[in-house]
Design a protein around this ligand. Structure first.
Ligand SMILES: Cc1ncc(COP(=O)(O)O)c(C=O)c1O
Length: 348
């Protein structure tokens, strides 16, 4: 046992002997006549090679994300959104009926839903009053995976790199999964630079938010190669459709990144305008590092109904910590004007 690495020690033991599915694309080959994957020889589309299965991990996509994130290609896996990465981690590391994950709520719902669908326990701990990690995190003891969402959805609050580094140091035998789905809105808070130093760190990223590709379903998991090796045992043979990787590579080109940065600046400016208005109107606005604001209202029913009547679809919650709050995603200037007008009427 002693010469197993951290990822192998934490992985579901039966996976260590598993031979992953050998897809035709993984096996590869040389030649001109490809009859090894029961594909059609006819491409009926304008997209080159759409009649062929894609690469499991399209090299151009991994290279593009590596360049963008400054993380080596060997430490990156791509899949169908960050949601798939959450599921892969749970499937790879948690023994159903025995293991648990830890979360700090209120937070993104899919960690616990994914765990529950695999009969994996959820140790639901609380963030502090101001939505920071509690000073004592001993409650995560025994959990294989500790999920930390930064910036946190739905509060928008941000944890410092130093605080996350402390957690990584305190939990050397557990995997600390930092979900950076919204990190483009506060890039200085990314822990990507800690990947080299902490074999227990996993980072989740997505193109669904700042990169404006939610409909494409493309996300990334970044971690040590030991963890990546385990994830590759459970990943689907072809997780990223060819048109998706083509779009994603464009989004990660120099022009794509320039557009993304412009969108982020525009959305943040609109968010600041919305936050200033709501604060002036007496609502409690939670400071946000993401592309949304969580706002608490005295008369939540009036605001919810008023927004609904105005055709504004914002997010309300049943969680007792959030029943008086609404989450507003940032949007363009015209829609922000409309939202502000409606809120001014409702809070006048
Ligand atoms: C914190 C967080 N992580 C992950 C996701 C899922 O991202 P994806 O669209 O890449 O599956 C979301 C989506 O809302 C999110 O808020």
């Amino acid at each position: 046992m002693s010469n197993l690495n951290l990822a192998q020690r934490l992985a579901r033991p039966e996976l260590l002997d598993l031979e992953p599915y050998q897809s035709a694309r993984r096996i590869g080959g040389r030649g001109d006549i490809w009859i090894n994957a029961n594909e059609s020889p006819f491409n009926r589309t304008e997209l080159a090679r759409l009649n062929r299965y894609p690469e499991c991990q399209p090299p151009e996509l991994i290279a593009a994300y590596s360049k963008y994130s400054n993380v080596p290609a060997a430490n990156i896996v791509c899949g169908r959104g960050a949601d798939e990465a959450i599921e892969l981690l749970i499937r790879a590391f948690c023994i159903p009926g025995r293991d648990s994950i830890a979360i700090f709520g209120p937070t993104y719902g899919m960690y616990s839903i994914s765990a529950k669908t695999f009969n994996v326990g959820v140790n639901a701990l609380n963030l502090s009053e101001d939505y920071q990690l509690p000073s004592d995190i001993s409650g995560v003891k025994g959990c294989k995976l500790v999920f930390i969402c930064n910036p946190n959805n739905p509060t928008g609050t941000v944890l410092s790199v130093e605080r996350i580094e402390q957690v990584l140091q305190q939990l050397p035998d557990q995997l600390v999964v930092v979900d950076e789905a919204y990190i483009e809105f506060c890039p200085e808070n990314s822990v990507a630079k800690l990947l080299e130093s902490y074999p227990n760190l996993v980072i989740l990223r997505t193109l669904s938010k700042a990169f404006a590709l939610a409909g494409a379903r493309c996300g990334f998991l970044m971690a040590s190669t030991d963890i990546i090796d385990i994830i590759m045992l459970v990943i689907a043979p072809y997780p990223v459709p060819l048109p998706v990787s083509t779009l994603a590579v464009q989004a990660l080109s120099d022009d794509g990144i320039t557009n993304m940065l412009a969108d982020v600046a525009l959305l943040k400016a609109q968010g600041q305008r919305l936050a200033a208005t709501l604060t002036d109107l007496g609502a409690k606005v939670v400071p946000s590092g993401a592309n949304f604001l969580l706002v608490y209202f005295d008369d939540i029913a009036k605001i919810s109904n008023g927004l609904k009547d105005a055709g504004i679809v914002a997010r309300a919650y049943r969680d007792p910590r959030l029943v008086d709050a609404i989450r507003f995603s940032f949007t363009n200037e015209r829609e922000t004007d409309q939202i502000i007008t409606v809120l001014q009427q409702l809070l006048a």
